[in-house]
Ligand binder design. Structure first.
Ligand SMILES: NC(=O)c1ccc[n+]([C@@H]2O[C@H](COP(=O)([O-])OP(=O)(O)OC[C@H]3O[C@@H](n4cnc5c(N)ncnc54)[C@H](O)[C@@H]3O)[C@@H](O)[C@H]2O)c1
Length: 251
């Protein structure tokens, strides 16, 4: 497929590598910083040639870029985070133009596999009161937020599947944890790209489900697979729409 790379920073470079590995053609690498990519804005020719755009840019770029995709009628896969406030506006642009637009804050297939396993495990222990569940995550010393978005997504999925847990607690506890609380702990240090563990624990044994990220490549592969999937689709789509199909393919 012919792909327009929008945002040629760290993720844009990873996307380029995965596209080349999978035999796709890159129409152009666009970055607002002059000299970084092939152009600072896409030309008419780029937009005509592109079958899909993959965007990992910065939040202010998301709305103007959505307008470009709408005008050119090309689908887009967008990994940029931090634009929740513009979501309704982008949705309207996409639906008015009748294009497909898939956004996700986490494109790692492995992370989605981890969410699905954690949710299923939580569902299974609903009828096994001897098992408790907790979650912890480890990240490098540069990470600004805690808990990670990935940990919060996993925790939400556990709460959804296990009605006896009602609340997430993330703070340091100076008291006993309540049975209906799910503790999510964060540890920071070193260069760890991200480790998330769900622990199912009983007096008899422990079961651990762990996702360890090694690099950004997992995000890039997920976004490229999503771009392959989105061609021919329509709507303001979430990563779950794509993951659902991906996981069903093997059944
Ligand atoms: N969804 C995921 O799985 C996932 C994974 C990693 C990073 N991210 C997110 O992706 C985004 C990019 O991450 P990064 O690590 O590559 O950051 P980065 O800063 O290295 O790259 C972003 C690039 O976008 C460029 N840019 C800004 N405005 C632009 C515009 N209007 N048109 C074209 N290019 C523009 C910047 O000049 C920069 O080079 C961030 O929002 C990050 O949080 C998402």
């Amino acid at each position: 497929m012919n792909v327009l790379i929008m945002g040629y920073g760290k993720m844009g470079h990873e996307i380029e590598a995965v596209l080349r590995e999978r035999g796709h053609r890159i129409v152009a690498r666009i970055d607002e910083k002059p000299g970084l990519g092939d152009a600072t804005i896409p030309t008419e020719k780029h937009l005509t040639e592109a079958e899909v755009a993959i965007e990992f840019s910065q939040p202010p770029a998301v709305v103007p870029n959505a307008k470009l995709y709408a005008k050119a009628k090309i689908p887009a896969v967008v990994g940029t985070t931090g634009w929740k406030a513009s979501e309704e506006e982008v949705k309207r642009i996409v639906l008015d133009a009748g294009i497909a637009y898939l956004r996700a804050s986490n494109f790692s297939i492995g992370a989605h596999l981890f969410f699905a396993l954690a949710e299923e495990a939580a569902r299974m222990i609903q009828s096994l009161p001897q098992y408790d569940v907790l979650l912890y995550e480890i990240h490098h010393n540069q990470k600004k937020d805690s808990p990670s978005g990935t940990a919060l997504t996993a925790a939400d999925r556990i709460l959804h599947a296990l009605p006896r847990k009602k609340r997430i607690v993330t703070e340091k506890l100076d008291r006993k944890i309540e049975p209906d609380e799910l503790h999510v702990a964060s540890v920071r240090g070193g260069a760890v790209p991200g480790i998330h563990t769900v622990l199912l624990d009983s007096e008899a044994d422990t079961i651990e489900i762990t996702h360890s990220a090694r690099s950004r490549k997992g995000f890039a592969l997920g976004a490229v697979l999503a771009a392959e999937w989105i061609i021919g689709k329509k709507g303001f789509l979430s990563v779950e729409d794509f993951i659902k199909d991906l996981f069903l393919k093997g059944r």
